[in-house]
Design a protein around this ligand. Structure first.
Ligand SMILES: *[C@@H]1O[C@H](CO)[C@@H](O)[C@H](O)[C@H]1NC(C)=O
Ligand SMILES: *[C@@H]1O[C@H](CO)[C@@H](O)[C@H](O)[C@H]1NC(C)=O
Ligand SMILES: *[C@@H]1O[C@H](CO)[C@@H](O)[C@H](O)[C@H]1NC(C)=O
Ligand SMILES: *[C@@H]1O[C@H](CO)[C@@H](O)[C@H](O)[C@H]1NC(C)=O
Ligand SMILES: *[C@@H]1O[C@H](CO)[C@@H](O)[C@H](O)[C@H]1NC(C)=O
Length: 954
């Protein structure tokens, strides 16, 4: 007994000693802590940028050391929490803090802190300060959405008492990118050091970029795990199945992380599961979808499950939100689905669901329903939709609907967004008006009946923000628009509206309209001339593909995107256009505009203009010298006019220029070698002009067209040798690029988004082709119809990435260099109409993708190479030479060479894919947009094309 009392006192003594020691070490009084806090306040700036929270206010503003509450009482300061005479909590979230916190900031001397919340401030892309490691008592650390960037300091992983860590949502201020990085070894240390304590881990958008370590399974107390957008690779470790306390799991958008579903099977407490954009192992059955008894929220969107919805889904009766968008779901929606009556949001869009929709009539709390883009049998909107009276979002576009919308549907008075485009519905617009809260309406591609609506209906119309009635077979402007005064977006494209735009149109939604498109109608003009500037907020106006027979209308100065291409506009470019300094894109192409290019366009080219397209008009005079180093121009197309003179030298200021097309004019100049300094230039077209002289690469320019991949100098008077030095410089034409994006530019701001694809036309396989979009992988050299002489240089082999080579109609002589067999991606080769001699080199048989060959009208002799693509060319390819062998009837001495080759392509009705290398031919052809019909004839049937385009859309 006595002994144990002794022990007891000993322990007590030790405790006393220990706390005394600890106090000595810290020796921080509350007054000290208050003064540290005040120093923190003084080290920060208050700036309202960066906060997302409308309730944000500067908490530290009221902190005052000498205030009536006295220095000792910082415990009363806003955001400060004290216990046992120490500051233990600091919540400065949404406090407009701005600037950088250095690692020796007084904040990190507050060693008793257990909670630190700096979320939703603006630390201006600075690093998370490593001083945070000194706060060893920290249990709750929240640094989310505060514009931190760079490496997360390893000191964070040393914190041994963490219960909750949140580093999500740290945007990099300049590019809107997420830029926090956590080294994988630090992540592992974090997991190890906090395995006993951690309950909440939020690392969304922190780039970790490694495999997920198996030790994650040690965090057995975890309730919440958010590892979305972390760049994890490899396979989700089996140890995850030990995280049985998880209620929230988000692994979405780790696009290289394979998730074996069985590892999740034991997580029976999950309420919230988000795995969007992930990869699953292929076990085909999706039965597991019904195995989480407590799920409230499930999001698997943008994965490729490619299975049927299992009938076990009916077991998930707790589900409130279900998002299965674009996951390749096939088959029918099971009848058990009707069990999910608590759903408030359901998204099954962009799948391949067939048959019909089971009745959802008891889903009385549904507020958001998306079923767009499925393969349902032709169906009518069922009556029971009228019972879903809480619905605010309704999307059933492209879903094979037909017939009339049932009247019960118009009971859905809460609907704010209604998307029914791409169906075959008959819609009486008067009924739509009973949906009084409607703001967003898209009925494009349906059959709309617009009975004449008289002005009495004025008050009873919903106030729309967004209306799309494209492809609705409208003949006149819908009168109801007269009474819309809050419209922001109005799309009336692809209708048959003809005649004049009525005068009242210019009065609708004057203050609010941002976007108006009337593309592809039959409009002839405006009832009142050019009153466009009454829309004081207009940012986008597209009137292209009409029959406007007017002078060029001038939109208000807010305009960013203005296209009137493909009309019959006449007259000169009005100087007032030059005042539209917000313009990003000006497209006046394909009209009958006369006069000269006004020099005042300098104002536009020096502001935000990125696209200037004046193609196919009747513009004359010289191109004014108006381009400055301020220019943001990426595309200039002045082709098909009557412009004369020289290429304006100031174009060399356009550092951002990617496409320059001056073709089909009367320009007279030498080759503008100085354009070689434009490091972004990808497409240069000078064809059909009077360019002349020898093309010599200048010694003093250091870069020579480093990104050029399309050059067309055809139909000029260039002379001398082919520009062989350039062949070695054009490095982009040497690459085989993998990414198949289009050349485009886009306008994006808060309210509008519009992509504009660059376009050109080129001669391909003897035919003029319109490339409405240009693949970045498309690479072509056309030097035809000039006066180039001499040999085809050996250096041509360096252009190994090009698809099109046209050297026809020059005065080239000598032999075809065998090294042309190196141009392995070549699909079309035209060297006809020269003075080439000798044999066609056997090496050209290596050109596996060659679909078009023209060597006619030269002095070539000897046998035509045989095999591969050479089995597919016809006589026309070889005419006007002294060649022999297949396909010509002229036999060579050697009888083998003249044998008609075996046809190597066979129709296989079973197989979905062509076999072997033929398959590659088709792929590449489809990618570049070239038609490979010549290779395979009818073999390239539409099914392959459809298969391919489906693939390439992913
Ligand atoms: C954590 O997990 C790993 C692998 O799953 C294991 O080897 C290790 O012993 C665990 N560490 C702790 C501290 O539990
Ligand atoms: C789960 O935890 C147990 C006990 O801690 C351990 O033995 C087992 O290996 C873990 N499972 C996995 C898959 O890591
Ligand atoms: C899940 O649903 C299936 C069929 O829908 C049923 O047979 C099964 O018993 C259910 N499982 C559970 C755990 O409720
Ligand atoms: C519907 O839910 C109940 C539980 O509420 C369950 O017993 C039943 O199996 C479910 N039906 C189907 C077809 O899954
Ligand atoms: C709808 O929501 C209300 C209120 O939350 C709830 O009481 C009711 O049970 C819900 N109905 C369904 C079918 O889930």
């Amino acid at each position: 007994m006595a002994r144990s009392i002794h022990v007891f006192f000993l322990i007590l003594l030790l405790h006393v000693l220990e706390s005394a020691l600890a106090n000595k070490l810290s020796s921080l009084s509350l007054a000290d802590e208050c003064s540290l806090l005040f120093q923190l306040k003084q080290s920060m700036t208050i700036n309202k940028s960066g906060s997302y929270d409308p309730r944000a206010y500067p908490k530290v503003a009221s902190w005052n050391l000498n205030g009536s509450d006295g220095a000792g009482n910082c415990c009363l300061w806003d955001g400060v929490e004290c216990r046992f005479g120490h500051v233990i909590g600091l919540d400065l979230s949404s406090s407009f803090l701005y600037g950088t916190i250095s690692s020796n900031n007084s904040l990190f001397d507050l060693i008793h802190l257990r909670t630190l919340n700096l979320a939703d401030n603006n630390f201006h892309s600075s690093q998370i300060p490593s001083g945070i490691g000194r706060l060893s008592q920290l249990a709750n650390l929240n640094l989310s959405s505060s514009f931190f960037s760079g490496k997360v300091p390893k000191q964070i992983s040393h914190l041994r008492n963490l219960v909750s860590l949140d580093l999500t949502g740290n945007l990099y201020i300049v590019y809107n990118l997420y830029q926090l990085e956590l080294q994988s070894s630090d992540f592992q240390n974090l997991v190890q050091n906090s395995s006993e304590t951690l309950r909440e881990l939020f690392l969304s958008r922190v780039n970790i970029d490694s495999e997920l370590p198996a030790s994650i399974g040690n965090l057995t107390h975890l309730n919440i795990l958010d590892l979305s957008w972390c760049g994890f690779t490899g396979t989700l470790p089996a140890s995850v199945s030990n995280l049985t306390q998880l209620t929230f799991l988000d692994l979405s958008v780790n696009q290289e992380l394979l998730i074996p579903i069985p590892h999740l099977a034991s997580l029976s407490k999950l309420k919230y599961l988000k795995l969007g954009d992930a990869i699953f192992d292929r076990n085909n059955s999706c039965d597991w979808l019904g195995k989480f008894p407590n799920l409230f929220y499930l999001d698997l969107s943008y994965t490729s499950l490619n299975c049927e919805i299992p009938s076990s889904i009916g077991n998930q009766t707790q589900l409130r939100e279900l998002y299965l968008r674009s996951i390749g779901m096939i088959g029918q929606i099971p009848s058990s689905f009707t069990n999910l009556t608590h759903l408030t949001a359901l998204d099954l869009s962009e799948n391949m669901l067939t048959s019909s929709l089971p009745s959802l009539e008891s889903f009385s709390n549904l507020t958001s329903l998306s079923l767009s883009y499925n393969n349902f049998d032709r169906w009518k909107l069922p009556d029971w939709f009228g019972k879903l009276n809480k619905i605010t979002y309704f999307g059933i576009s492209d879903a094979n609907l037909y017939g009339e919308i049932p009247s019960s549907f118009f009971n859905l008075t809460q609907v704010e967004e209604l998307y029914l485009y791409g169906n075959n519905l008959t819609v009486d617009f008067n009924l739509i008006f009973s949906l009084r809260k409607l703001k967003y309406l898209d009925l494009s591609g349906n059959n709309i009946t617009l009975s004449v609506i008289d002005s009495h209906r004025n008050e009873t119309q919903p106030k729309f923000k967004y209306i799309s009635l494209a492809s609705c077979n409208l003949k006149v402007f819908p009168e109801f628009l007269r009474f819309q005064n809050q419209l922001e977006h109005l799309y009336l494209d692809n209708n048959n509206m003809e005649g004049l735009v009525p005068g009242w149109m210019w009065n609708i939604s004057k203050d609010t309209l941002l976007e108006l498109t009337l593309i592809n109608n039959l409009l002839m003009g405006f009832e009142q001339h050019s009153p466009l500037d009454s829309w004081v907020s207009l940012q986008l106006l597209d009137l292209s593909n009409n029959m406007l027979h007017e002078s060029i209308p001038v939109p208000p100065p807010t305009i960013e995107f203005f296209s009137v291409s493909n009309n019959n506009l006449t007259g000169e470019i009005p100087p007032s256009i030059c005042d539209l300094t917000s313009l990003h894109l000006l497209d006046l192409s394909f009209n009958n505009i006369t006069g000269s290019i006004p020099p005042c366009l300098e104002k536009l080219s020096n502001s935000s203009l990125t696209v200037l397209n004046l193609r196919s008009n009747i513009l004359q005079g010289t191109i004014p010298n108006i381009f400055s180093t301020e220019s943001k121009l990426e595309m200039i197309d002045l082709s098909e006019n009557k412009l004369e003179g020289q290429v304006p030298r100031s174009l060399e200021n356009c550092d951002s220029l990617r496409l320059l097309d001056l073709g089909y004019n009367f320009l007279e100049d030498m080759f503008p070698v100085w354009l070689g300094a434009l490091s972004e230039l990808q497409v240069l077209i000078l064809k059909f002009n009077n360019f002349h002289g020898i093309i010599r690469m200048p010694a003093r320019i250091k870069v020579n067209f480093p990104k050029l991949h399309i050059i067309d100098l055809s139909y000029n008077s260039f002379s001398g040798d082919l520009p062989h030095q350039y062949f070695q410089e054009w490095s982009t034409m040497k690459e085989t690029k993998a990414n198949t994006t289009y050349m485009e530019t886009y306008i994006e701001d808060d309210s509008i988004f519009k992509t504009y694809w660059f376009s050109i036309h080129m001669t391909n396989k003897g035919e003029k082709m319109d490339y409405k979009k240009i693949m970045n992988t498309f690479s072509a050299v056309d030097l035809s119809s000039n006066m180039f002489r001499g040999k085809i240089p050996e250096s041509i082999k360096t252009l190994s990435g090009i698809l099109l080579l046209n050297l026809s109609n020059n005065e080239l002589s000598g032999a075809i260099p065998p090294s042309m067999g190196n141009l392995i991606r070549l699909e079309a080769l035209d060297i006809s109409g020269n003075k080439l001699s000798g044999m066609i080199p056997q090496d050209l048989v290596q050109l596996n993708f060659l679909a078009f060959l023209n060597v006619s009208n030269n002095n070539l002799t000897g046998p035509i190479p045989q095999g591969k693509q050479f089995n597919t060319f016809s006589n026309d390819s070889y005419m006007g030479n002294a060649l022999c062998g297949f396909p010509l009837s002229m036999k060579c001495g050697d009888s083998e060479a003249s044998k008609p080759p075996k046809v190597s392509f066979e129709e296989d009705t079973e197989s979905y894919f062509p076999n072997g290398s033929d398959w590659v031919v088709i792929l590449i052809g489809a990618v570049t947009g070239l038609v490979i019909g010549l290779v395979c004839g009818d073999y390239l049937s539409t099914k392959y094309y459809r298969w391919f385009s489906q693939r390439s859309r992913r």
